[in-house]
Ligand binder design. Structure first.
Ligand SMILES: Nc1ncnc2c1ncn2[C@@H]1O[C@H](COP(=O)(O)OP(=O)(O)O)[C@@H](O)[C@H]1O
Ligand SMILES: [Mg+2]
Length: 442
């Protein structure tokens, strides 16, 4: 009979993870228990030295020493001081020439027998390590020095009783004790160094984060400020165009409309006069009056035309139809002060921008003629990184400043409506350089 059907499937390797007790992790998560275990270990290791008449007292000293490692993380300095004091007492009294026993006066207690160094003295090294790991160097280095001096003192005290030992063994004893102390300190210090580095790295990271946050906030504030500015400008533009519309309406009403009415009246009179002249039997009119009326009507029509042309020019200068170069050249030609011209604008800006450049140039050249006393002026316009930069320079007296309601203030507002900039450099005595920077398209 086949057994294959009853076979229990064996798990493939790796399917069931091996369960290794995570001892290190547990010790790290339970520092008090870990240090308790360490203390027990030290006490247990030293128990072999609890011998002779004073075994109990030696045991008590060992247990006391071992116990100092339990609260070592919380009180590194105090615990080190306790352990070092016990160690110092052992060096001073316990480690000595065999002949010089010391007893506690009045009790007969053999202190030199009780204060013998044991394995529990390793607690001093553990505490030196803790001191180096948890406290700054100005605290831990004195601890190291105390341990090194203690090592030397111990060997000096111990050597005369063991004169049989050769020098090399003495040296080895000093080197062993001192080396152990130094090793404990270096290990602790390297841990502290890693902590400090991690701490500084986290500080740096935090500083960088704060800086980034501050930058972001500054950008938000800037954007808000900009939005407010743009809103104000839009409101100004709306007001301005409403005012301009009212002005055009008034100009049409008071100017062209009145003139056209007068023209119509004159033409009516001309008609009447012609009718009268054509009437049979009328020989009085020789046509003088008719000619006079027609002359008046003609003049009126021409003046109305000129007025309408002026009005239209204020809205959109017709000269701009042929481009910024021609428009600026026309302005330069009509200027009373000789004007040099340099225009290099390959791609035409939008009509609104061209109009602003034109009106600015007109106002600035008018200022040159009116205020500067210059012998010559220069107008240059160029496209730079998609923006139009126009400069009007004169060699006059300088001192140009925008005054409320003045032409320069008007230019500033006009320029700001399209997010442009106006720069005035006009020191007393001149020269005057006024720069206008506008986006290519608005
Ligand atoms: N090119 C210039 N050279 C010297 N002074 C100037 C020039 N342009 C303007 N100014 C001075 O700046 C003042 C303000 O100019 P503006 O705002 O255009 O007002 P205005 O209506 O008087 O022309 C002028 O009154 C004048 O004193
Ligand atoms: Mg002016």
């Amino acid at each position: 009979m086949s057994r294959s059907g009853s076979q229990v499937p064996t798990p493939r390797a790796g399917v069931y993870p091996e369960r290794v007790p995570d001892m290190r992790g547990w010790l790290r998560r339970h520092p008090w228990q870990a240090d308790g275990l360490l203390a027990l270990l030290l006490a247990a290791l030293s128990s072999r030295q609890w011998q002779g008449a004073y075994a109990h007292d030696v045991a008590a000293v060992s247990v006391l020493l071992a116990a100092t490692v339990v609260p070592r993380r919380r009180y590194p300095v105090a615990m080190f001081a306790v352990a070092a004091a016990i160690g110092a007492a052992q060096v001073a009294i316990g480690v000595q020439p065999a002949s010089g026993a010391v007893a506690l006066p009045g009790t007969g207690l053999q202190l030199s027998a009780i204060l013998q160094p044991t394995v529990a003295d390793l607690a001093i090294l553990v505490l030196l390590y803790t001191l180096a790991a948890h406290r700054p160097r100005p605290v831990s280095i004195p601890g190291l020095v105390i341990c090194l001096l203690g090592s030397v003192a111990a060997v000096i005290r111990w050597a005369p009783a063991h004169t049989a030992r050769p020098g090399a063994q003495l040296f080895a004893a000093v080197a062993g004790l001192g080396g152990a102390a130094l090793t404990a300190w270096v290990l602790g210090d390297s841990v502290a160094y890693r902590y400090r580095r991690a701490y500084y790295a986290s500080l740096e990271e935090r500083a960088a984060r704060l800086e980034a946050e501050r930058d972001a906030q500054a950008r938000i504030a800037q954007a808000a400020e900009r939005a407010r500015e743009l809103q104000e400008r839009r409101a100004r533009v709306v007001d301005e165009s409403a005012a301009r519309l009212r002005r055009i309406e008034r100009d049409l009403h008071d100017g062209a409309q009145v003139r056209l009415a007068a023209l119509a009246m004159t033409l009516g009179e001309v008609k009447e006069s012609l009718d009268t002249a054509a009437a049979p039997g009328n020989r009085a009119d020789d046509g003088t009056r008719t000619r006079m009326l027609v002359t008046a009507a003609h003049r009126n029509a021409k003046e109305t035309l000129a007025e309408l042309r002026d009005l239209a020019r204020g809205i959109h200068p017709p000269v701009l139809d042929r481009g910024l170069g021609s428009a600026l050249a026309a302005l330069a030609e009509t200027s009373q002060v000789p004007v040099g011209l340099a225009v290099s604008v390959a791609e035409r800006p939008s009509p609104a921008i061209e109009a602003i450049v034109y009106f600015c140039a007109a106002e600035l050249l008018a200022n040159v003629a009116k205020h500067s006393g210059a012998s010559r002026a220069m107008v240059s316009a160029a496209a730079q990184d998609g923006r139009i930069v126009m400069t009007v320079t004169d060699d006059g007296s300088g001192g140009a400043t925008p005054a409320p309601g003045g032409g320069l203030a008007g230019l500033l507002e006009r320029v700001q409506t399209v997010d442009g900039r106006l720069g005035i450099d006009s020191p007393p005595g001149g020269p005057t350089v006024i720069t206008i920077e506008l986006p290519g398209h608005a």
